[in-house]
Design a protein around this ligand. Structure first.
Ligand code: NDP
Ligand code: 2IT
Length: 447
């Protein structure tokens, strides 16, 4: 088996030599799915995984725009249309200076499996730009988004490819992107998700990723007759996912003690309650400030410059910032401090050594493609509402989200439960996602 995996990875590496994040994501899937393929007659000799690692289409384009000083700036735009076997391409757009082909291909690849797990008919895609929204005026953000969509609008559509938000892309950006799509194509459709409530958005979509990550942690704890009540939780990031993970964990009786951004983390021993979180939301979403301003408002809290929160004692950790933010040493520290639940809100936040440490210690560890799937699942619900031209209530969407998170948890158990009862959520999520997409690909032939 080892040699089969090595042989497969050799082929993938030759084609994608300079894409470390993409190779990292593929390696994890290969290690868990190749042994399964070998055990199932129907998938043998069909090169399905080899087809899955090759995007159906990669778009790369120039995004020129004019900044407030009158200078012409050129950014690079991308859309990876990874797999459409079970539905239109679906996945977010990331605007961050680190964006490149490797990052977006890893995200698109993960998205294929994640979307399959949601039980909804969505293929996988991802896109974005190396544009840095930090410090830009609203006018600059608008001009950039309009230029980006002026090209992207030819390649997407409500039945073709439906983008949404990710790092650096929230409600404001989705608004500008939607406006230009509508102008260029002269149609009002559900081509993007994460829209505003008065123009086709869904209740709970802003909350969904963070809430879902907490619901998943709850399901994992239930397998051990445990709950979130009274637990100390560390959260990284302070953006969309982190904010709502903090909100739901607090509502369920846990105490969230950290938040972070790329400049460092804050530690509030008393817990980040509803009122303090409202301050963070205003700071990050309206004033677009930095997390260290939290300690100016709440002087009992401490700011640790340039550090991540994984040295703080907790029972539950929720990485909600970015990829590879938890390394092997961080994992050991978390384990030594008594952490026994890790529910990932971000995509691939744990490095392979960290995952190995978590699973070696047999703690409850959920990979992002399972635990953060609530965001895209609710995007799927937004698409359904757009097609029906109706809006569901907050409770209705939340109930559907809870059910989907529970179904994902069940799928992980189905394919990931070991003989000793330990649930390997990585294997479970990868195989469950693979089976759904692979069966559709087999039915559709070599396309
Ligand atoms: P936001 O842009 O709202 O927030 C991102 C947060 O992460 C910010 O606090 C940001 O800090 C921090 N961050 C970003 N990059 C880095 C970095 N390189 N090092 C340290 N901190 C960093 O994004 P989201 O909350 O939407 O996304 C967070 C994660 O969740 C991502 O991995 C994303 O792919 C994933 N995700 C998002 C979903 C969604 O629906 N939005 C759905 C599923 C997963 P700073 O402001 O300093 O950059
Ligand atoms: O990584 C993700 O799942 C997202 N950024 C959300 C994608 C979506 O289409 O809602």
């Amino acid at each position: 088996m080892e040699s089969k995996i090595k042989e497969f990875m050799k082929l993938v590496k030759v084609r994608n030599q300079h894409e470390p994040e993409f190779l990292q994501a593929v390696q994890e899937v290969a290690e868990t799915v190749i042994p399964y393929i070998a055990s199932q007659e129907i998938y043998n000799g069909k090169n399905i995984l080899l087809r899955m690692v090759e995007p159906e289409r990669v778009l790369m384009f120039r995004v020129p725009w004019i900044d407030d000083s009158g200078e012409i700036i050129v950014n690079r735009g991308y859309r990876i249309q990874m797999n459409s076997a079970i539905g239109p391409y679906k996945g977010g757009l990331r605007f961050h200076p680190t964006v490149n082909l490797s990052i977006l291909k890893f995200l698109a690849f993960e998205q294929v499996f994640k979307n399959a797990l949601t039980t909804l008919p969505m293929g996988g895609g991802k896109g974005g730009s190396d544009f840095d929204p930090k410090g830009k005026s609203d006018g600059e953000i608008m001009r950039f988004c309009h230029s980006f969509m002026a090209e992207l609008c030819r390649h997407i559509g409500a039945n073709t490819d439906v983008p949404a938000g990710d790092i650096g892309v929230g409600a404001r950006e989705i608004g500008f992107l939607f406006g230009m799509y509508k102008k260029m194509r002269n149609e009002f459709t559900g081509v993007l998700t994460g829209k505003g409530m008065s123009w086709g958005g869904s209740l709970i979509r802003p909350e969904a990723t963070g809430y879902g990550t907490v619901y998943f942690a709850q399901s994992m704890l239930e397998t051990r007759g445990d709950t979130l009540k009274g637990k100390t939780v560390t959260v990284s990031g302070s953006g969309n996912v982190a904010q709502y993970a903090c909100e739901k964990a607090t509502q369920l009786g846990a105490k969230v003690v950290t938040l972070s951004d790329s400049s460092g983390f804050i530690y509030d021993e008393d817990g980040i309650d509803e009122q303090k979180l409202a301050f963070v939301m205003e700071l990050k979403n309206v004033k677009r400030g930095r997390i260290n301003e939290y300690v100016e408002k709440y002087p009992k809290a401490k700011f640790f410059k340039g550090k991540t929160p994984w040295g703080i004692k907790c029972e539950v950790a929720m990485p909600c910032a970015t990829q590879n933010e938890v390394n092997g040493e961080d994992a050991k520290t978390l384990l030594n401090n008594g952490c026994y639940v890790v529910s990932e809100g971000a995509n691939m936040p744990s490095r392979p050594e960290a995952i190995e440490a978590f699973q070696g210690a047999k703690i409850l560890y959920a990979p992002g493609k399972a635990s953060n799937a609530g965001g895209v699942a609710t995007s799927g619900l937004e698409m359904s509402q757009n097609s029906l031209r109706i809006n569901w209530t907050r409770d209705e969407v939340d109930e559907r989200l809870k059910k989907i998170m529970k179904d994902i948890h069940d799928s992980c158990i189905k394919f990931g439960k070991k003989d000793d009862g330990y649930i390997d959520y990585v294997t479970g999520a990868n195989i469950a996602g693979f089976v759904k997409v692979a069966d559709a690909m087999l039915a559709q032939g070599v396309v």
